[in-house]
Design a protein around this ligand. Structure first.
Ligand SMILES: [Zn+2]
Ligand SMILES: [Zn+2]
Length: 77
């Protein structure tokens, strides 16, 4: 069982509850590199820690990455 890199509890998918087991060394390293997204092997969605709800989506907190092509926030209504 691997621990969440953020809250150090056993890392379970927040969506399907499957324990995360890295299939490759790269995936294992991705757990500790907050700029590399990790997908759940059960539901194939972005892994979200069941306990602290932190997504392993490759986005480091709320920092701004100039190369990140994310959607801009919608302007009002
Ligand atoms: Zn966690
Ligand atoms: Zn899952």
């Amino acid at each position: 069982m691997f621990d969440c890199a953020y809250c150090e509890r056993p890392l379970l998918c927040g969506d399907c509850g499957v324990p995360f087991v890295p299939a490759t060394p790269e995936e294992y390293e991705a757990l500790f590199r907050r700029d590399v997204p990790v997908a759940c092997r059960g539901c194939r969605k972005v892994l979200v820690c069941r306990w602290c709800r932190t997504p392993y989506d490759g986005r480091e907190g709320d920092s701004d990455d100039p190369d990140d092509d994310s959607d801009p926030p919608e302007a009002g209504d």
